[in-house]
Design a protein around this ligand. Structure first.
Ligand code: AMP
Length: 157
């Protein structure tokens, strides 16, 4: 039977996972703000960054380095945005520690920091802020679409 991992309350099938380390996983995103926006999550369900053990925190940072270098090349980006929204008031919607890795390109957003508006799901709803150029409506992706991306990325590790 296929193994299912829990990301907060969400059930994540193996097909969405492209990277594994001792304490973390790399997941493709259900609603990326731009193409190539992926998540590094801890295998153990911990809500906040300071709940991580030293081993988990170290592994999360080292995994972020490895994954982000692959993501930047694969998506032909030239910069990266890293974000942890740590707690609900910081915009965290899934109470399970995760690092956002977002490939960035010149002129991908009219104002560079608008990416943080896109990461803020509540703000999008309240103010109807336009989404990133690559993903205009940010509808949840299909399982097949996510599996195809994860298959492609898995080969790069
Ligand atoms: P945050 O708002 O910082 O907690 O980020 C939550 C992230 O998890 C967003 O990028 C969502 O698109 C993503 N997300 C939510 N549910 C899933 C899921 N089932 N599979 C993959 N990513 C998800």
């Amino acid at each position: 039977m296929a193994k299912i991992f829990k990301f907060g309350p969400h059930l994540i099938p193996e097909t969405q996972i492209f990277y594994k380390s001792p304490y973390c996983l790399g997941l493709v995103n259900l609603k990326p703000v731009v193409t190539g926006h992926v998540l590094v999550v801890t295998k153990r369900l911990a809500a906040r960054f300071n709940d991580l053990t030293p081993e988990e925190a170290t592994d999360m940072i080292l995994s972020t380095q490895k994954i982000s270098s692959v993501i930047e090349k694969h998506y032909k980006a030239s910069s990266l945005t890293f974000t942890i929204q740590d707690g609900p008031e910081a915009g965290q919607t899934v109470p399970h520690v995760h690092m956002h890795i977002i490939p960035r390109r010149k002129d991908d957003y009219e104002n560079n920091d608008d990416i943080y508006e896109d990461l803020d799901e509540n703000k999008q709803r309240q103010h109807n802020i336009p989404m990133g150029a690559d993903n205009e409506d940010r509808k949840p992706r299909s399982a097949a679409d996510m599996a195809e991306e994860a298959d492609r990325l898995r080969l790069l590790f």
